[in-house]
Structure formats: C-alpha cells, structure tokens
Design a binder for this molecule. Structure first.
Ligand code: NAD
Ligand code: LMR
Length: 332
C-alpha cells in the first residue's frame, strides 16, 4: 500500500541551496524511493517571483513522488502540518567573512520562525538548521520554541563529515563509501575538530584504522584538519558563492539517517543539544558522533579522547559559548 505523503518544509527555497535541495527531496533522496512528499517552500517577498519559478520547475519535472507544492512567503502557511523542516533561509557569508559575521541578521530570523514552527508544525516535527551560524541559529530556535523537544532540533555538520570522508578517500585512493566513522566535533565553523582517530577504511586487505593506513600523523593532525575546517571558505573563493550542491546533499544524508537509521557499525556527525557527554558544556548545540534508529539519534559514548583532541573539543565549545552570548546580545 502506498505510504501517506510526508510534508517537508524548506525555507530559503528560492536560494541556491534550495534550488539544489528540492529536486533531491522530490526524487526520494532524502526519505526513500517509496516515500511520497509534499514540499512546503518558504522565502521572503522580494524572492516571491523566483520562488514561483522553482515551483513551476518542480511541476515541469513531473516527479512521481511529489504529491504537492506549497510555495509561499507566509511563514504560518509554510509551517502548517510539516513533519520535517529544513531551515536554509538566511544570508550566506561572502569572501573574507567568518560565519559569525552573519550572526545578527540570521539569529533574528530563527527567533521569529521558532514560534511559527512550534505552533503550526506537526507533532514530532524534526528540524534541521542549515543557515549559518548553524549551531547557534538552532540553539536560538530551541530557546524560542520551548515546546519542541530538544531531541527534534539539530544543525548540519554532515557536510563537514562528508568533506572529511572525501579528504581521506582521496589520500588513501579508496572509495569514499569504504571510509567511515570520522567525527566532526563542535561548531560548523573554522574551530570545528575533524577527528580521524576512530575512522576506518576498507581496503583489499580488510578494514583498518585510518591512522594506520595513512601512516602520517603530521598530515592527519594538521593539513587534514585545516582543509576540512577551511573547505567552506575555499568553495566561496572558487565559486564566489557558498557551497550548495554538497550542502543540499548533506542535508538529505542528515535527515535520511535520522529518519531511516544509520547503518550497523557506522556513526555520523550531527549538531545536537549537548547533555554533558564528553565533558562538553550542556546547553550548546554541538556536533557529536551519533547513531540513529527508529527516528531517534543517540550520542556514541565511551570513545577515548586524547590530550590533543581534548584541547580541540574545548576550543570549539568555547567558541560556541561565545556565539551564544553574542546571539543573545543581538536579540536583546
Ligand atoms: P542564498 O542567499 O542563495 O539563499 C538564501 C535564501 O534565503 C534566499 O532566497 C533568501 O531570500 C532566503 N531568506 C532570507 N531570509 C529569509 C527568511 N526570513 N525566511 C525565509 N527565507 C529567507 O544562500 P544559500 O547559499 O542557499 O545559503 C543559505 C544558508 O546556508 C546560508 O546561511 C549559508 O551560509 C548556509 N550554509 C550552511 C551550510 C552548512 O553546512 N551548515 C553549508 C552551506 C551554506
Ligand atoms: C560551508 O561550510 O560551505 C558553508 O557553511 C558556507 C560557509 O559560509 O562556509
């Protein structure tokens, strides 16, 4: 029997990530090839005509799974009844800016959209914040939508996770699908800590630790980390626009694994509300290694953290605490 459609909200849908993301959702990349969807697309009035163009193209693409499109500039209409909310709406940084430079414009959007989601989304709606500063926008959303359970609010660090897999697969000359269990700790910013200490890769000789296969601690402890931390800036420099297709693809990966579960023996990185695990201060949206089953994520526990890693976990937590204070000051 055909499944009931799932309503997926994409804010900022007339923007460049939106343009890459909505066809992926309509093709089943996010929720599976047997899951019909109804897309709710929100943008602001100056982008209304362009948003309508996106809607026209979705109709023209004749996606079999797409059972309807609500394209609107009304936040209440956009949020009504949605089961999944992917929040991309906001302003991207430009060359030379840090992500926190877009803070004041973007956190106020998340404060105002929090109450619309809280009041009008379906019960148990899962929320993914993509717009930067992603962790802090998600935290503001959580604080201003107190009735949405904290386990339902997350931010995107899967792009960084995928970037780390990509770097290791290139270095080892193995398929990216044969590398797993990297971790992105902390903020989706240049202080994030891409950690390959627990990662493995499958080669013709079997599954082995990435550290052993790379056999170059200096590369893993410096160039690898810096490349992943700075990849967003490198894309902006090259494209004069921030990453879009890789961000859209990572958003699909994030929601798919959250809803449908992570493969056995594999974890992924998600920005989630910290509960004090790994001595990360509670009350931040911080990226952790997580597994998911039955629509719920769980932080992977008990991984050994060496002294080098400890410093990096603390540094990015410190930046998130500062961003939190800055966000509150922007909103007061
Ligand atoms: P974009 O400028 O192309 O699109 C953003 C869209 O949001 C625009 O159409 C704009 O009109 C719309 N918008 C602005 N305010 C809005 C509001 N209040 N409600 C609804 N829509 C609104 O930008 P983009 O390249 O698509 O990037 C979007 C965001 O995602 C940026 O903040 C960017 O920095 C961030 N980003 C995050 C990641 C990540 O991994 N977390 C990766 C890439 C980009
Ligand atoms: C990215 O990581 O590509 C995005 O967050 C865009 C940016 O500002 O770096």
């Amino acid at each position: 029997m055909a499944k009931d459609p799932v309503r997926v909200l994409v804010t900022g849908a007339a923007g460049q990530i939106g343009y890459a993301l909505v066809p992926m959702i309509a093709r089943g990349v996010m929720l599976g090839a047997d899951q019909p969807v109804i897309l709710h697309l929100l943008d602001i009035p100056p982008a209304a005509e362009s948003l309508n163009g996106v809607k026209m193209e979705l109709v023209d693409a004749a996606f079999p799974l797409l059972k309807g499109v609500v394209a609107t500039t009304d936040v209440v209409e956009a949020c009504t009844g949605v089961n999944i909310a992917v929040l991309v709406g906001g302003f991207p940084r430009k060359e030379g800016m840090e992500r926190k430079d877009v803070m004041s414009k973007n956190v106020s959007i998340y404060k105002s959209q929090a109450s619309a989601l809280e009041k009008h989304a379906a019960a148990n709606c899962k929320v993914l914040v993509v717009a930067n500063p992603a962790n802090t926008n998600a935290l503001i959303l959580k604080e201003f939508a107190p009735s949405i359970p904290e386990k339902n609010i997350s931010c995107l660090t899967r792009l960084d996770h995928n970037r780390a897999l990509g770097q290791i697969s290139e270095r080892l000359n193995v398929q990216v699908s044969d590398v797993k269990n990297v971790i992105i700790w902390g903020n989706h910013s240049s202080t994030q800590y891409p950690d390959a200490n627990h990662a493995t890769a499958t080669t013709p000789a079997g599954e082995k630790p990435v550290r052993e296969l790379v056999a170059d601690d200096a590369w893993l402890n410096s160039e690898f980390i810096a490349t992943v931390q700075q990849r967003g800036a490198a894309i902006i420099k090259a494209r004069k626009l921030s990453s879009a297709l890789s961000a859209a693809s990572a958003a699909c990966d994030h929601i798919r694994d959250w809803v449908l579960g992570t493969p056995e023996g594999t974890w992924v990185s998600m920005g989630v509300y910290s509960d004090g695990s790994y001595d990360v201060p509670a009350g931040l949206i911080y990226s952790f290694p997580v597994t998911a089953a039955n629509g719920e994520w769980k932080i992977v526990q008990g991984l050994p953290i060496d002294e080098f890693s400890r410093k990096k976990l603390d540094l990015t937590a410190q930046e998130l605490s500062e961003e939190k204070a800055l966000a509150h000051s922007c909103l007061s």
